[in-house]
Design a protein around this ligand. Sequence first.
Ligand code: TXA
Ligand code: MG
Length: 349
Amino acid sequence: MKTKYIDMRDNINEKNIKEAAICINRGGLVLFPTETVYGIGANAFDDRAIEKIYKAKKRASDNPLILHISDIKMLNQIAENITELEKKLIDNFFPGPFTIILNKNKCVSYKVTAGLDSVAVRMPSNIIAHKLIEYSKVPIAAPSANISGRPSGTKISDIFAELNGKINYIIDSGDSDIGIESTVVRVINDTVKILRPGKITVEDILKVTTNVEIDKHVLNKVTKDEKVISPGIKYRHYAPKTKCILVYSNDNNKMCEKIKKMAILYNKALVVSVAENIEKYNDCNNIQTIEVGHKNNLEEISKNMFSVLRKVDDLSPDIVFIEGVEEKELGLAIMNRLIRTCEYNYIKV
Ligand code: TXA
Ligand code: MG
């Protein structure tokens, strides 16, 4: 398949968005920006198009997709029996980096929900995403733009090689603003359960309701045969080819010392480090560093993180150590992704 590349880094071209919307209506795949990460979109009501997404991404067929909408009318087309608390969350966090799992109605095919009776719904705030859905006049099913298991795409140059030829259109609008996927929640017994943390934090949701719970699988491994609410969390994710170890301490110096001590065993270690710590590794000849952002700027770290993880293998280290951050506010989302990157090799000192 020939992929058409559309450059909207400097300005938005309405005509091109309309052209991409026609492609969605004809059953094609469009790679488009959202405020979180890039998505691979298809008409949510077209089962054959949905199958194409799974194929292009090599995604497990039991992992459901998020449906992206541009207005509340579309929400009522796909979900039913929405409770007061769910409405309140929708009012507060739509449009934005927030996905809510609702009861699906019969218009939504089990292909999209991977056999579940629920449907994940998100209304992106990104203007191109919004217009693409609006012009398509259908909800757009879209997973993150990456081959399954790889870090999500936050800039086209990172994902072009793995997706070119598998999709009809690429809309490039530069680097993703947030860089980390949306917060996914489900209301269970009047409690908001965070299934995947993101830019909308626990602290943000607590301003809307007092009953908020972080699902235990956000920071813990799914044990064999354990039932999960969100199938995506079972899979290896965000991982470079090289083995990675996540290290964290409340005491910054202690964290760096621990990394240096463990790195001794390797000829060529790479540390994914905050700017402030880079020089702390200068005295170790076997350590190379790559900077992910500034220590107290979680927004910057989340924005750069996936792209940095994609660069790791290019440096061909024997081992990668990743500096952790405190598990609060946006830090919870960062750690949720990094724990998976490191396949649960997490050392807290
Ligand atoms: O920011 C985002 O959410 C991006 C952009 C493109 O919108 N999309 C994204 O999609 O991250 P994806 O497919 O990579 O992740 C969707 C997550 C998966 O973990 C999936 O298991 C979960 O949402 N999910 C989808 N439908 C669900 C459902 N009905 N019940 C529980 N979890 C669901
Ligand atoms: Mg994904």
